[in-house]
Write a protein that binds this ligand. Structure first.
Ligand SMILES: [Zn+2]
Length: 173
């Protein structure tokens, strides 16, 4: 996957955080989805995890809440990134759209700049505060450590804006 694909998804997550005006962790996905007028509908009795139909995101509620949250953020990524194949139910294909939806979900649920300013770097802490699986948090934690080592923060005005929105949350934490 190339950097351009990564950057598009990362920037879209920042814009999503900014335009929905969410300003605390864990990200309230109900608020985020209602901002975009996208309905959520739970189902069970199927092995499918989630799919999108007529601007409704259907999700399998028999999965763990942490996993469901990441899946919902992933689906929102498909929608906001205007991906073509929205109706698929399997999300493990190794293609650009799946990759971008995961980058988007990670950026939305675990904004790096907020975690860094909270000094919340370890996977378990990230999982607890963001309500994501330990596996998802581990991936974020690794990337966060890289970013800290390279001091790669605030290079985008979008990231600066995200932090401004979360500032009082960070200060009160
Ligand atoms: Zn997908």
């Amino acid at each position: 996957m190339n950097y351009k694909d990564y950057k598009i998804a990362r920037d879209r997550a920042w814009k999503c955080l900014i335009e929905t005006k969410v300003n605390s962790l864990p990200i309230n996905l109900k608020d985020v989805f209602s901002y975009y007028n996208i309905n959520l509908k739970a189902f069970i009795n199927s092995s499918d995890e989630a799919f999108i139909k007529n601007n409704i995101v259907y999700f399998n509620k028999s999965y763990n809440i942490k996993r469901v949250r990441f899946t919902l953020a992933h689906e929102l990524g498909h929608i906001l990134l205007k991906h073509e194949n929205l109706t698929h139910t399997v999300h493990t294909y190794n293609n650009t759209e799946e990759y971008q939806a995961n980058i988007f979900a990670r950026g939305l649920l675990m904004p790096a700049i907020v975690l860094k300013e909270l000094n919340c770097i370890e996977a378990q802490d990230i999982a607890d505060i963001c309500i994501v699986s330990l596996q998802a948090a581990e991936y974020r934690s690794q990337r966060l450590k890289e970013l800290i080592q390279r001091d790669k923060f605030y290079t985008s005005p979008l990231e600066q804006q995200v932090y401004n929105n979360f500032k009082s949350f960070v200060n009160s934490f």
